[in-house]
Design a protein around this ligand. Sequence first.
Ligand code: GAP
Length: 435
Amino acid sequence: MDQIVNLTKRRGFVFPSAEIYGGFRSTYDYGPLGVLMLRNVKEAWWRSMVQLRDDVVGLDAAILGPPAIWEASGHLANFTDPLVDCRNCNERWRADHLVASDKDGKIHCPNCDSTDLTEARAFNMMFKTYAGPVEDEGAVAYLRPETAQGMFYNFANVLQTSRKRPPFGIAQQGKSFRNEITPGNFVFRTREFEQMELEYFVPPDEGPQWFEYWCAERMQWYRDLGIPDDMLRLRPHDPEELSHYSAGTSDVEFLFPWGWGELEGIANRTDFDLTAHSKASGERLEYYDQASGERYVPHVIEPAAGATRTMMAFLIAAYDEDEIGGERRSVLRLHPRLAPYKVAVLPLSKKDTLTPVAREVLQLLQPHVMCDYDDTQSIGRRYRRQDEVGTPFCVTVDFESLEDRAVTVRDRDTTAQDRVPIDGLVEHVRAKLAL
Ligand code: GAP
């Protein structure tokens, strides 16, 4: 874990936010490579969930919303963590994270070992703010704690404009905010994070079969992008773990260095949300089939993933160390779709004679794939630098390139090198990347 955190900082994936001011409460910024990789994670999800299907459409709803949404959804009443305070050191803990000590059967404060703890109180995790210049009750707004609700309160709008009929889905990606009491484990649990959620609306009696379908689909997505089977599992929730809206949930879990942790929750939300918003707003949120005269409130299957958390899992799964020609290297064996740069163009020497061809090669590739250009230090060190950030291919322009109009393409994983004509380079790289 330390190696990953160190690498992500050193190579510009993730920085502690507001670092020059001492950082800010487990918030993080995504640097030049992190922003590329996070976009790639979201793009891979969008491709699989929207682009390659004809039964899912997209949405980008507002982050700020009125209390009415969160009253109807149940979040104002139920989106809480049980909190206890230590009367000795004043630290605050999640009651469900504390376990009784083997020694005396009592719960101890992890900070000072005192047993003088308050009763558990419900603490609402939503961030509250005010919209407009007056900070009174009428101006209260909340930052969304999940992207899901935007898809429920827009159900009728999307149904009408997209002309879809169940089974169909609405997909959304974006920031969500939760006032987590115990954020931590790097970007695993933060107060500001990105989600990728699908709400899939189905005829009520088809809920269970679509739940199974989405569990299988989502597991396959992680496998296809390189998470090995032994680091991935699907874990059904115990009844007491279920969220207030769920009739059944299974978590896709990843084997983090500290143990199994959730990447995604797949929930059968039944008609809970559409019914709740319909009652609260007075709007009909249902499907009417003109041909059959049938009218019903669809049930919802929701695969809800975290983009930032999933990016971290991909980094951990991809991290490897091996030996090349007697020299140790760190390599990120990222799926090409997720790698920040697909190709690095490396002129063998900084000599002016090579620069024009190297830049020509760069400009040839740039419209097709994200490229890096590096002409500093020895070629061996530049290969290592690219291996360490997961770049699948390095294209080296050498003095022979001036004569034969060909370049050397080096493979990150095997380090095998192919000589490829510049004219056929784009096709060669595209075929190898198989994006
Ligand atoms: N709409 C359902 C929902 O939000 P969730 O299990 O609370 O379900 C879905 O969240 C996913 O969002 C989680 O599996 C996780 O990947 C991500 N997530 C939730 N809270 C997070 C946090 N504090 N930091 C980072 N990611 C988080």
